[in-house]
Design a protein around this ligand. Structure first.
Ligand code: SER
Length: 316
């Protein structure tokens, strides 16, 4: 690995950011991976995550100053409003999700950094997309603010690659599930909360209906995919919008049944809310053969393995 790489993670306190900081520090060393987030951290967490900078990605002067201060070569931009939160504040979501991306892409275009990672999502798809084994290239008519911002972002990433040779790489994450960090306002969050309630011996009230199938992925797979993509030979990264990425697919009923293998008295009930409509517009499963063929991606975890590992770590 190139020892001279200096990496800035924007959104380091979030669900993906907190795990990527750890993953990248294991590879590059602590001092080479700068964590940043809009949150003010208490002294204790500050020391645990240092080097850390408080940063609003919309403040492009501050972003530029940090890039110069630490001689940053790569940025992972993870700060965004997710699907459910974005629906509550559409204009702010659009501003943050788009202008945050432009601020980072422009630093690369101007030659201040060499490489950019930016996550996209299954939310780029919409009700007119084929829902089973959704192809890489297909109809995309997202009907959420989050999905519209991710799809637009994908178009701009490809544009910056083609017009300005910006080395930007991206994955369309499915719902992400992990035990180390809490999800931040998405439609797939139930699949994290449900494990915690089960481990607390509590019943779970699910905000999606029992047969809502969605694509999901265990966090170690997501972190591995991200780092593999960023380490892939540039010639192998043939898609510069964003790659479909698949882990597993399940419904709330199926995950509840798997949980019952560990907690037989666990019970679930269903009270769908506004997130149901979002889930109904998304695919149920994803065809990720381009990621597989181009840079060798293959997920390791299915629902059973993930559930075992989640409960090996979640203790109350
Ligand atoms: N997990 C995300 C969400 O539900 C999808 O990108 O918003």
């Amino acid at each position: 690995m190139n020892a001279k790489e200096k990496i800035l993670i924007i959104g380091s306190s979030g669900q993906i950011g907190s795990e990527l900081v750890e993953g990248l520090r294991d590879i590059y060393g602590r001092e080479s991976v700068i964590a940043s987030d809009i949150r003010n951290l208490e002294k204790e967490s500050l020391e645990a995550v240092a080097p850390y900078e408080k940063l609003n990605v919309l403040d492009k002067d501050h972003l530029y100053a940090l890039v110069k201060k630490y001689e940053i070569t790569q940025i992972y931009l993870l700060a965004a409003l997710l699907s459910a939160t974005a629906e509550k504040n559409p204009m702010f979501a659009w501003d943050l999700n788009m202008n945050g991306l432009f601020n980072v892409l422009n630093l690369a275009k101007e030659g201040h950094i060499k490489k950019v990672y930016w996550p996209s999502s299954i939310a780029v798809f919409g009700p007119t997309t084929p829902r089973i084994m959704t192809p890489q290239f297909t109809i995309m008519e997202p009907n959420t603010v989050y999905g519209i911002s991710k799809q637009t972002g994908e178009r701009w990433c490809e544009y910056y690659f083609q017009k300005y040779q910006v080395d930007v790489r991206s994955l369309r994450y499915p719902g992400l599930i992990g035990y180390k960090s809490a999800p931040g306002g998405g439609t797939t969050d139930y699949a994290v909360h449900i494990y915690h309630e089960a481990a607390k011996h509590q019943p779970y009230v699910c905000f999606l209906s029992e047969n809502t199938g969605l694509p999901m992925m265990y966090m170690p797979d997501a972190i591995k995919a991200t780092i593999d993509l960023m380490h892939a030979d540039p010639d192998k990264v043939k898609i510069r919008s964003s790659y479909n990425l698949s882990g597993m697919s399940f419904t709330p009923q199926e995950i509840a049944n798997e949980i019952k293998q560990h907690y037989p008295s666990f019970s679930i009930s269903y009270q769908p809310d506004s997130r149901q409509q979002i889930a109904d517009s998304w695919p149920q499963s994803i065809d990720d053969s381009y990621a597989n063929n181009d840079w060798g991606w293959k997920a390791a975890y299915d629902l059973k393995l993930m559930t075992e590992d989640m409960f090996a770590h979640i203790k109350y």
